[in-house]
Design a protein around this ligand. Structure first.
Ligand code: GLN
Length: 485
């Protein structure tokens, strides 16, 4: 048996029966990371010793019959989530040496559930980007084709799960950063409803859009991880008091009679690869064959979503990132005698070009005299997008469309013009603006052998329905049997 091929659900069973130990499962993944990650670049930090110690503690709890729901499962987390005593860089030079004194709530909940954390995963600097090429530290390659990006900003998370370097991972999603890399790497990635998972200890990019969410190779794995991290947290006032359903058990319910809305607008989207369009149509027919019912819907303001997002997200980022001034966190420009020039040098030198661009755009949009025209206007259009979804969900239980307009692109292909990268966020951004849950599940492979994801969006706090649909498609297609070379 190849331990790294186990799903989380399978590993749980074998661990519970004590047919495998947490230590051997962890050691198998650590040696895979050592052997393969130099060629992939998913990890920024590997915490091998801590992981083995945690695995031993898991084995003891398993022996004593005190196992948690993720006891002994080797996972890894995006470097945007604070980990106590372990460097949390956010992919940025400015936090290169930042070691948080506490765990993010999502991380703490994984530990409480018994998970073994293998390390921290690469990402675009401060989660700004769609290819992980904005990381200040390293390139991450797509396990399906090393000349292509894994997507981003949670590219390290998606690549690590696809390459079997861990059984599952956490990422963050502000405008698609979980779903788009999941789509490009052929794994499952879910952005929960805003408020479903605590943001405490998630380094903020755009606070009204950010959510923490899971990656797995199977829908059930993503559901198990979501169960572990979801739920109210007094440390995050925006986390909801909604009860957390048993998402994995809910997958059994099937999809008979569920109405799937197909937004007419997506077919007209600029830059939609015909292969992706076809894959989505076929996926919807598959779901229909299993008893779901497709209905045409309309999201008339979807075409403004990218423009709205690229005002609101930079505006919030410009405010959130003001705290990195060389005084309290991370690196400081050393040679400055005067405060203002110290700020300027610290921020000018240690933030990368994309982060600086967003800070400048965001500051401009919030300036006196421009606020109404940009931030105010964007907020109004955001309300119209929210209303579009409310209207659409009167007629359907979930909405299906592509996750990304194309399969993974080549490294370096879109670095020259950030706008081309922004435009590719067209299908993922609306769910963040509306705060609704959305999942990307593999639905096909392109003629070049690259994974293509289907996105399913749900009503607020109804992750269960989109997970059920994703599981039905997964079963119908059986694509999880394919592995990257
Ligand atoms: N690609 C989008 C951006 O660059 C989304 C990133 C994210 O979800 N963190 O902002």
């Amino acid at each position: 048996m190849e331990l790294h091929e186990l799903t989380i659900a399978e590993a749980r069973r074998l661990l519970a029966k004590r047919e495998i130990s947490a230590r051997e499962l962890t050691a198998a993944h650590l040696s895979r990371i050592e052997a393969l990650d130099p060629g992939i670049g998913a990890f920024l930090t590997v915490t091998a010793e801590e992981a083995l110690a945690a695995a031993d503690a898991s084995d003891q709890r398993l022996a004593a019959g005190r196992a948690g729901p993720l006891e002994g499962i080797p996972l890894a987390v995006k470097d945007v989530l604070c980990t106590r005593g372990v460097r949390t860089s956010c992919g940025s030079r400015i936090l290169e040496n930042f070691v948080p004194p506490y765990d993010a709530t999502a991380v703490a909940r994984l530990r409480q559930a018994g998970a073994v954390l293998l390390g921290k995963l690469n990402m675009d600097e401060f989660a700004m980007g769609s290819s992980t090429e904005n990381s200040a530290f390293r390139v991450t390659r797509n396990p399906w084709d090393p000349d292509r990006t894994p997507g981003g900003s949670s590219g390290g998370s998606a690549a690590a799960v696809a390459a079997r370097l861990c059984l599952g991972a956490l990422g963050s999603d502000t405008g698609g950063s979980i779903r788009q890399p999941a789509s490009h790497c052929g794994v499952v990635g879910l952005k929960p409803t805003y408020g479903r998972v605590s943001r405490y200890g998630l380094v903020a990019f755009a606070s009204s859009l950010d959510q923490v969410g899971p990656f797995g190779r199977r829908v059930e794995d993503a559901a198990l991880l979501l169960e572990a991290i979801a739920g109210h947290d007094p440390a995050d006032s925006t986390s909801a008091r909604e009860p957390v359903p048993a998402f994995a058990a809910g997958l059994e319910k099937g999809i008979q009679g569920l109405k799937i809305g197909i937004p007419a607008e997506y077919r007209a989207a600029e830059g939609l690869d015909p292969e992706v369009g076809r894959a989505v149509e076929e996926a919807v027919s598959d779901l229909a064959r299993r008893g779901a019912q497709p209905v045409e819907i309309s999201l008339p303001h979807m075409r403004y979503a990218v423009a709205v997002y690229y005002v609101i997200a930079p505006a919030e980022a410009s405010s959130n990132l003001a705290r990195y001034d060389g005084v309290k966190y991370g690196r400081r420009a050393q040679d400055e005698a005067e405060l203002l020039s110290m700020y300027r040098k610290t921020r000018g030198r240690h933030f990368g070009p994309e982060v600086r661009r967003r800070i400048v755009i965001g500051t401009y949009c919030l300036s006196a005299g421009y606020y109404d025209a940009y931030y105010g206007k964007a907020s109004q259009v955001r309300s119209l997008i929210v209303r579009d979804f409310a209207e659409a969900f009167r007629r359907c239980d979930a909405i299906a469309c592509p996750t990304a307009p194309t399969p993974a692109f080549r490294l370096g292909e879109k670095t020259a013009d950030p706008l081309t990268l922004y435009l590719a966020d067209i299908f993922t951004i609306p769910a963040n603006l509306a705060g609704i849950p959305a999942v990307s599940v593999p639905c096909a492979f392109s003629s070049a052998g690259l994974p293509i994801g289907l996105q399913l969006m749900g009503k607020a706090f109804d992750e269960e329905t989109i997970l059920r649909l994703a599981a039905a498609l997964e079963e119908e297609r059986g694509l999880f049997r394919r592995r990257p070379g």
